[in-house]
Design a protein around this ligand. Structure first.
Ligand code: IMP
Length: 195
């Protein structure tokens, strides 16, 4: 079975491919000739993941899975959420996004937040979604140099380190993306098509 992972990140593909049964061959967007930006215009994280998976199925005919991630901050009514990448503008600068987040939270006592990843899978005419959530708090200033995005200001619940102070392995044990990916892999590993 050939299945598109709607990304061009070769490392992500390699990681997931290594965990799947051999009968499932993952293809990147590049490998199917999809070089355009896939629209992400939904007002929800789940909607964007579904939109990307359906776009690939409709335009290229391949079964596909796609992911979308956002940071939801309690005191900001769930913002930046689906707008996490462009919170401080279309340039999509993580540094500017963190600055804006820290400013918006000035004087707020409740700094609880959560990362949410949704993976949408379009397979044999059916749509399945898998959600991974990692809860934690936004700290007051950046700590750590690893990772990306909001990692330097996000401290997962029960931990004393931010994501940016953790090794990739430590982060992957608890991260939103890893939790959603594990559900997808469990599903695909035990998948038997209906005849
Ligand atoms: P995407 O859906 O993976 O493109 O993520 C949207 C935005 O959320 C990115 O631009 C990052 O700023 C942020 N983000 C996603 N995943 C993480 C993470 O694991 N740590 C920190 N920030 C993240």
């Amino acid at each position: 079975m050939k299945l598109v992972f709607a990304t061009n990140n070769k490392n992500k593909i390699k990681e997931v491919q290594a965990l799947l049964p051999k009968e499932i061959q993952l293809l990147s967007l590049e490998e199917i000739g999809c070089t355009e930006d896939i629209p992400e215009t939904s007002p929800t994280i789940e909607g964007n993941a579904i939109q990307k998976a359906e776009y690939v199925k409709q335009k290229y005919g391949y079964d596909c899975f796609a992911d979308d991630t956002g940071l939801e901050v309690e005191a900001l009514d769930g913002a930046p959420g689906v707008y996490s990448a462009r919170y401080a503008g279309e340039v999509k600068s993580s540094d500017a996004n963190i600055n804006k987040l820290l400013k918006e939270l000035e004087g707020e006592e409740d700094r609880s937040a959560r990362f949410k990843t949704v993976i949408a899978l379009h397979l044999n005419g059916e749509l399945h979604t898998f959600t991974g959530i990692c809860s934690g708090n936004i700290i007051f200033e950046r700590k750590g140099l690893q990772g990306f995005g909001y990692d330097p200001v996000f401290q997962p619940e029960g931990k004393t380190l931010t994501f940016a102070e953790m090794s990739l392995r430590e982060k992957s044990e608890i991260s939103h993306r890893a939790l959603a990916t594990r559900q997808l892999i469990d599903f695909l590993t035990s998948y038997r098509p209906q005849i």
